[in-house]
Design a protein around this ligand. Structure first.
Ligand code: ZN
Ligand code: ZN
Length: 291
């Protein structure tokens, strides 16, 4: 991508997120608008047993256009349409492409018009893109997990399919493309500029999502065990953490809390000499299903 294009793009992302935060604030004071994020007076919930739950400040960064976040008892429920507000060559477009999913038959993808967020591929090409468009998916993904997650006695391996939900609304996958199929150069060749592609179910990220986190401490999303994941750097020190466990986790403050808490980072370790895996696992907490 040309530098000028990239700057334009980052500007667009910044605008989108600013607009999202404005919407979040506006919803809290306007009863005529159905809030897509819990209203201010719902950010603390007490259930029948007297347990109090608080919505973490980090949730204010989730895109209100694609995600819906609320407390339910002591759990937080994150629901997403699986879409995003950033550009991608994986939005529906008029360029015909034929691709064969792993172990499947060739699928031809073509649409009558270009989605407004569609852009020409840069990191990949039409020829190497996966079948399907972002907006072909018309379902939802829901994660219901403790709003104050705890480390588990034993870790749990991640599996195929969604293992987390990013702040954009797009789901997070691990470092596998299928059963016993670690990401390889061919699969990665289908990724757009932000390390995502479409799969059997929906568009998903596998690597550091450069649309908004590129060698920094940005919030990336929430993992299925309820812990947040940040970029390669930690806000507590401004640089790469040196005390990470095997999953890329540690306990420190972040830009969202003055109290030290456990969270993950994208590990600053190259995969295939060129890439940063978003979250290979294991879960250090207790994961809930995302479905
Ligand atoms: Zn994939
Ligand atoms: Zn950290």
């Amino acid at each position: 991508m040309k530098k000028s294009n990239k700057n334009m793009y980052l500007f667009f992302v910044a605008l989108t997120f600013s607009a999202s935060i404005l919407t979040f604030n506006a919803c809290s004071s306007d009863d005529d608008i159905t809030p897509v994020v819990a209203e201010e007076d719902e950010e603390v919930v007490t259930d029948d047993s007297g347990n109090t739950a608080t919505l973490h400040d980090a949730f204010a960064e989730f895109d209100v256009d694609n995600t819906d976040i609320a407390l339910s008892g002591s759990n937080v429920v994150v629901q997403t349409n699986g879409w995003t507000s950033h550009t991608s060559p994986y939005w529906s477009n008029t360029t015909s492409r034929t691709a064969t999913p792993p172990g499947g038959t060739p699928i031809t993808t073509v649409s009558a018009t270009n989605h407004p967020l569609w852009v020409e591929p840069t990191a990949t090409t039409h020829q190497f893109m996966s079948p399907g468009n972002i907006d072909d998916y018309n379902g939802t993904f829901t994660l219901s997990v403790s709003s104050s997650p705890a480390l588990a006695a034993t870790s749990t391996a991640t599996g195929l399919g969604p293992i987390g939900i990013s702040i954009t609304g797009v789901v997070i996958y691990n470092d596998q493309e299928g059963p016993n199929m670690p990401l390889n150069d061919m699969t990665i060749g289908s990724f757009d500029y932000t390390a995502a592609h479409t799969g059997p179910q929906s568009y998903h990220y596998h690597l550091e999502p450069k649309a908004w986190s590129d060698d920094d401490d940005e919030l990336v999303g929430i993992i299925a065990d309820g812990f947040f994941i940040y970029g390669r750097k930690c806000n507590s020190t401004g640089t790469y953490p040196t005390d990470l466990d095997a999953s890329g986790g540690h306990t420190s403050t972040t830009q969202h809390t003055t109290t030290a808490e456990y969270h993950y980072h994208i590990q600053n370790e190259l995969y295939l000499n060129a890439y940063y895996i978003l979250f290979p696992g294991d879960y250090q907490g207790t994961p809930s299903n995302i479905n």
